[in-house]
Design a protein around this ligand. Structure first.
Ligand SMILES: [Zn+2]
Length: 134
């Protein structure tokens, strides 16, 4: 029997600065300098049509905008984590990110809770962000 392991993210040209930030413990967001709006790292185009988005360092602070509690693991590698929370976190900068939530039992999480980003090394030189209730 082979043991399942959690997937490790891989960087692309478009997401490189985000993953480099994760490895360094920094949460980088896309930003439109014309509109002063920050977006999730996957965003390639501002609502104004600007495709020249820059990268900015986020505070890492936000609140839970919405969430769900996962009771059935999508892969055996996640079974030991059950039950766990997957949430949409709204950052102070306005961007919304999908993340798991730590630092609080799944049945105590609620919308509006304050969270902060933490970085976890998941493989040598590869970090991922998750959010923790503060
Ligand atoms: Zn814009």
């Amino acid at each position: 029997m082979t043991e399942s392991t959690k997937p490790v993210p891989s960087s692309t040209d478009a997401s490189g600065p985000f993953w480099a930030g994760c490895a360094a413990g920094v949460l980088n967001l896309r930003h439109c300098p014309s509109c002063n709006i920050s977006y999730a790292p996957t965003r390639q185009l501002c609502s104004c049509g600007n495709a020249q988005l820059s990268w900015v360092e986020a505070s890492g602070r936000g609140t839970i905008f919405s969430y769900t509690v996962v009771h059935r693991a999508p892969d055996p590698a996640f079974k030991a984590d059950l039950p766990y929370v997957i949430a949409i976190v709204e950052l102070e900068e306005g961007a919304r990110l999908l993340s798991d939530i730590g630092g609080c039992p799944a049945d105590k999480v609620c919308i509006g809770m304050a969270v902060r980003a933490i970085c976890q090394e998941v493989a040598p030189g590869i970090g991922v962000h998750r959010f923790e209730v503060i």
